[in-house]
Write a protein that binds this ligand. Structure first.
Ligand code: DC
Length: 214
């Protein structure tokens, strides 16, 4: 039987950093599902297709080929990770991620990946929709200010010129959109273990999660 670990939570709660470390420790494939929604956003923006144009967005998703290679998303043969983590994509992604047809297509793809590999997936609806039967589910949170300063440090360390207040505003706006959308909103699964990572070191969170998986 395949092993699957689900990690959900709002933007900047530490999901991807922690999921990668758990993936290494337990030899799991790490699947960052947010990057799949970001990839759809990248292509839609490149082609000037608005999130209100569901038909146009559907044409885009029919022609997307996605897979992961060492934590990195390969989109139609191209490593797009640097292109999808910029603020313009972060700002627009929630609108595309709330389209029912986009979610149906990507959820199927995620479920297929989980059938083929032992996975740890992070996102917003992994424990509630994508891997409803996962034996290990975690819900990570942190205060909006802490999440914004983590994102700020991550982006400035990559040399991007960003403003902390703008990032905080965007995180609060995205929390609202992701939590209140109609299709598969962000929420903790009833059987997920909640961990507030505010002021806690990465190692401590990783050890806590690892102790459940063991
Ligand atoms: O984790 P992230 O910030 O890269 O995710 C980008 C956006 O994608 C986020 O605002 C909500 C959406 N998302 C989603 O709706 N469902 C997922 N499983 C993962 C991400």
């Amino acid at each position: 039987m395949r092993i699957s670990v689900a990690i959900d939570g709002p933007a900047g709660a530490g999901k991807s950093t922690i999921a990668k470390l758990i993936a290494d420790r337990f030899s799991l494939m790490y699947i960052n599902t947010g990057s799949m929604y970001r990839a759809v956003t990248l292509k839609a923006l490149e082609k000037g297709i608005s999130p209100n144009d569901t038909e146009g967005v559907c044409t885009i998703i029919e022609n997307l080929n996605m897979h992961f290679n060492n934590d990195r998303l390969i989109l139609n043969g191209e490593d797009v990770n640097d292109l999808i983590t910029v603020p313009e994509i972060s700002h627009n992604v929630s609108a595309y991620a709330s389209i029912k047809e986009v979610r149906e297509k990507l959820v199927k793809l995620m479920q297929q990946m989980a059938k083929e590999y032992d996975v740890i997936m992070d996102g917003r609806d992994i424990g509630t929709v994508v891997l409803k039967n996962a034996p290990f589910k975690f819900f990570l949170t942190a205060s909006p200010k802490e999440r914004a300063s983590r994102r700020y440090n991550e982006l400035t360390s990559k040399g991007l010129d960003v403003v902390y207040e703008e990032i905080l505003k965007d995180i609060i706006r995205r929390d609202d959109l992701d939590t209140n959308r109609e299709v598969d909103p962000l929420r903790k699964a009833d059987d997920a273990i909640e961990i507030d990572t505010t002021g806690i070191g990465i190692d401590e969170v990783v050890n806590k999660i690892a102790s459940f998986i063991k």
